[in-house]
Design a protein around this ligand. Sequence first.
Ligand code: 5AD
Ligand code: SF4
Length: 484
Amino acid sequence: MKLYIETVGCQMNELDSELVVASLRKDGYELTASPHDADTILFNTCSVRQHAEDKIYSALGRLKNAKREHPGKVIGVLGCMAQKDQGLIFKRAPYVDLIVGPGQLHQVPGLVREIRAGGGQRMEVSLNRKDGTREQIERSHESFDPLRDPAMRPTPYQAYVRIMIGCDKFCTYCIVPSVRGPEQSRPPADIVAESRQLANEGCREIILLGQTVNSYKYREGDHTWRLSDLLASLHDIEGIQRIKFVTNYPKDMTNDLLAAVRDLPKVAKYLHVPAQSGSNDVLARMKRGYTVEDYREMIARTKEWMPGVAVSSDFIVGFCGETDAEFQLTMDLVRECRFKNSFIFKYSERPGTKGAELYPDDVPDEVKRRRNHELLALQNEISEADNHAFIGREVEVLIEGPSKAAEKEAAAADAEAPSPNGPLQLTGRTHCDRIVVFEGNPRQIGHTLPIIIYDANAHTLFGEIATRHSGPELFTLSVPLQTA
Ligand code: 5AD
Ligand code: SF4
């Protein structure tokens, strides 16, 4: 049986897809790259912006005829849009068989089996945020994490590890707290055990995931575990070389966490801490819970404690009522903080959020687009200048695999796997999360090597592997040995 799965959205969704695939493999499924020869087609969806939902509804539209011709094909919609739209999906695309929210994914194999046996359409979603006590709602958002599938990971050497689910911050623009449910931290022992298993499977880098990962809190007796404690425990795992965590909430960037990042050598000197806006009035309308002054102070502290740390951010442009002057304050913040990179989004109104209820989406799309370009141009200028500063320097790179260009070339030539020893353009990341491209050897994938940088643009550093010379004394020693 063949499974085709398409994933949109964040890393949390990528991880969910990995786990769904692992559970379906146990039922005898194999992955296929084409929906045409698939017995089951799954979409793991995102609701964070309208655009992400539109993409899924049009992909579903394209399957209408396929389903008419092959009624046995099972079509399923999983994830955030499934939780948000629920039965509406059956109305818009009546040939969909399965709707499963992100908190019910453990049920997918059983539901697919029931549908195959002729059981008809199935829907499993978690409770909405107002449909029960907190405890009931929490229980309805289950996470099922132990099954892993190496083939679905970003690379065999990297893996996501979920440390918490849900979100309680309720920023007014954001749909996440309604679709992913209440914030719940996983027990540290489970996280450590899973990471140890990943290390045993050859994984070198783990990326801890949470919607607000630095809000992690787990009570055990009278001790409360925080992210800093967890990092210290994970640091001891043999085989793990690098630890990252995303996404951080600015207000929870506490000193114990900064100290852990500074003092634990395996923890990447890289922090993704979305600011969203540089205007206090906009931040207040977004209900972010901090001021620009708080954010600046946090960045200053981070850079003082860890010179060379890389910080990246997210921004929303054109949020309700955003004036030109307010937007310019965001430009000022970006200019000042010199982020490694920023993800910039045009505000997209999400029905069901406080923002949609309280404020009109009144910034014209054309203005949103202009602000998006302006902010991106500034960010690119900064990224390029800061990347240029790496030219001539040596960096430690954890090698992830062939570069995108090398992969494309191989696909275009329809080449078989590259010969295990031939030269190949490889890619990896520095300790501060910068992407490096260089010529290497497939055998080096999964290792950490020193690379000397000779060129850079806004997104990539280009380098070559630093070759170590053996000292002259060794060289002279070898002469008499050879002549002897
Ligand atoms: N419109 C646009 N961008 C959004 N984000 C979250 N909600 C919205 C929305 N309604 C952005 C935020 C967040 C990132 C994952 O997506 O910047 O950090
Ligand atoms: Fe999209 Fe948010 Fe769901 Fe991730 S958690 S898939 S970003 S809506």
